[in-house]
Write a protein that binds this ligand. Structure first.
Ligand code: HEM
Ligand code: HEM
Length: 177
């Protein structure tokens, strides 16, 4: 397998770092909201959830810049056009949600009048305190991470299909490893 049909190493590194980070943040979010208020570490998890979530905003931005500057390997000519188009659509949906999910969290906390942390730093505030807006952003933020998770599941199923139930030359996983 030649190296030229792989994603550049920085893109591969970014894919697995940001991907695992997002899955971990979803798991932490799901876990922390289920904890009773008297659990001593509940709001420590909120702090780490928010900090890593803000970090994702920067990483997704960096990832898009790296992508723009990179040579993306061409998909095999024998792959049907509809599969190539579907793959591209799903990838851009992933990018959209990787951005909207943390930004909705940031704006929700900001509109609720809470500090938005980035580990031991405090991020700038862009919104006036507005409990009604915070409530609407909350409604969004507790749903769209699970929409993102659903798209990730489709994305993983497509990878498995191409690797195990397709022509060997249609395997795309090696491009990302
Ligand atoms: C990639 C980034 C992020 C992901 C994947 C994510 C995902 C989630 C998930 C799955 C939940 C649980 C929803 C539920 O089951 O009710 C949640 C809750 C929450 N997230 Fe995020 N989040 C991210 C970023 C952020 C950021 C940047 C902030 C704020 C700065 C934030 C603040 C919160 C808060 C405060 C809750 C709890 C809401 C409640 O108590 O009902 N999140 N998040
Ligand atoms: C076990 C988990 C995962 C596997 C096996 C996997 C596999 C892959 C593979 C093989 C590609 C390259 C597709 C191609 O060659 O065209 C890819 C691309 C991509 N993956 Fe994943 N992935 C996983 C998790 C995730 C997660 C969690 C996210 C984000 C939340 C994600 C976002 C993306 C994006 C945005 C691309 C497009 C890359 C680009 O061309 O810019 N992946 N993934």
């Amino acid at each position: 397998m030649s190296n030229s049909d792989k994603y550049p190493v920085l893109m591969r590194l970014m894919h697995w770092t940001v991907g695992l980070l997002i899955l971990g943040i979803i798991a932490a979010g799901w876990y922390m909201v289920g904890l009773e208020d008297n659990v001593s570490y509940k709001y420590d998890i909120y702090h780490w959830h928010k900090s890593f979530g803000v970090l994702v905003i920067f990483l997704v931005f960096a990832r898009l810049v790296i992508r723009w500057a990179s040579q993306i390997p061409k998909l095999p000519d024998s792959m049907p056009t509809y599969q190539k188009k579907l793959g591209t659509l799903v990838h851009w949906l992933l990018y959209l949600f990787m951005f909207l999910v943390p930004v909705s969290g940031y704006m929700m906390s900001d509109a609720a009048g809470r500090d938005v942390p980035l580990f031991n730093l405090v991020m700038p505030s862009f919104l006036e305190k507005n409990p009604e807006l915070a409530g609407r952003l909350h409604d969004i933020h507790v749903i769209i991470p699970y929409v993102l998770l659903g798209i990730v599941v489709l994305h993983i199923l497509a990878t498995i299909k191409h690797r195990y139930f397709d022509k060997p030359e249609h395997d795309v996983l090696h491009r990302m490893l």
